[in-house]
Design a protein around this ligand. Structure first.
Ligand code: PBG
Length: 349
């Protein structure tokens, strides 16, 4: 390439226009770094790895049963025997953790969600079984009353209003119940005020200092949870919406306040939820705090990818991997995704 006679490294605008090229051209050829697979790999800024992935699973009481979730093609509710096999597969693939959600039969639901504190409940049994069968995978349990309440809300209702502090007391019992069963990470998804601090204190008082808390810190009142509520059977039951405790999708400063409070109260890790429509929140959280940050690619997001792929809009695997990489680029340390096992398999292939 012919050098310019003056001393400047790149051509002046005038010189460039004489040559009918943009300033900087041809020194800056961005495409040089995209020419081959190895080059693209060498200069890649972000990478998705199996350890970034957390797999959310729905558990059925009937141990050998497998039940498809009609609103989430590709996702099944699993009895414990089937779930154990999947947990072993996930462990084998290097998935970090499994997040457990129970499908509680209507006969066990009450106004106050009493089954949540039963030491023999579905979650506690599943934790014990998975702990034995797949000792190297993390076990995350959800703290909130919605799978257990007749009204489908995450807390206790008085005159159709959520009683925050009374709910927090039961949530502490629920968290202890899960810790006693062997959960590694307690994940409060209820969005009550003050619950992280109260749960931390309850855990410490019983000697569970090493049980971590991943708080659903910035959890929005989102329609993207629809298929999940269908999967755990809280949809039909749910009266009204969750807007008095989950966040307004219009807000992002508020998410930073939520995260800050949870960190102060003792959260070891925080989560933003949903994921794809809220990646700006992940970025802001990551820039302001140095705490490990996760996002939940929720049921409706997974369903969107599946349905679009089924309609021939794109290839599911490719769309899943691109979406998960987007979370990494936004700053996530990890992602909860119903596609975690699929993605880990693709990473291995
Ligand atoms: C319940 C809970 C919800 C999800 C996780 N925990 C639903 C809700 O808040 O109504 C949603 C997960 C998903 O949609 O995949 N506290």
């Amino acid at each position: 390439m012919k050098q310019h006679s003056n001393n400047t490294a790149s051509p002046t605008a005038e010189q460039a226009s004489e040559k009918n090229t943009a300033p900087g051209y041809p020194q800056t050829r961005m495409r040089r770094l995209r020419g081959s697979t190895w080059m693209r790999g060498m200069v890649a800024e972000n990478e998705l790895k199996p350890a970034d992935l957390i797999w959310p699973a729905f558990i059925l009481e009937d141990a050998d049963k497998v039940e498809p979730v009609s609103t989430m093609p590709g996702v099944e509710r699993l009895g414990i025997e089937k779930l154990v096999t999947k947990a072993q597969e996930a462990q084998e693939l290097g998935v970090s953790a499994i997040a457990l959600f129970p499908v509680v039969p209507p006969s066990k639901k009450t106004d106050r969600g009493d089954e949540s504190v039963n030491p023999m409940n579905l979650i506690c049994n599943a934790v014990k079984r998975i702990r034995d069968a797949a000792p190297d995978i993390g076990i995350i349990t959800d703290v909130a009353l919605d799978p257990y309440t007749t009204h489908g809300h995450d807390g206790i209702l008085h005159d159709d209003k959520i009683a925050n502090d009374e709910t927090v007391e039961i949530l502490c019992e629920q968290a202890l119940n899960q810790a006693r069963a062997g959960a590694d990470i307690i994940a409060p998804s209820d969005m009550m005020d003050g619950r992280v601090g109260a749960i931390r204190k309850a855990l410490d008082n019983e000697g569970f200092e090493d049980v971590a808390i991943m708080s659903y810190a910035a959890k929005y009142a989102s329609c993207f949870y629809g298929p999940f509520r269908d999967a755990v059977g809280s949809k039909a039951a749910l009266k009204g919406d969750k807007k008095t405790y989950q966040m307004n999708p219009a807000n992002s400063d508020e998410a930073l306040r939520e995260v800050e409070l949870d960190i102060r109260e003792g959260a070891d890790m925080v989560m933003v939820k949903p994921g794809m429509p809220y990646l700006d929140i992940v970025r802001r959280v990551k820039e302001k705090f140095s705490v490990p940050t996760f996002a939940y690619q929720v049921s409706g997001e997974y369903a969107m990818l599946r349905h679009a792929a089924n309609e021939g809009c794109f290839d599911f695997d490719t769309a899943l991997m691109e979406s998960l990489l987007g979370f990494k680029r936004a700053g996530c340390n990890g992602i909860l995704s119903y596609g975690a096992i699929d993605a880990a398999k693709l990473l291995k292939a």
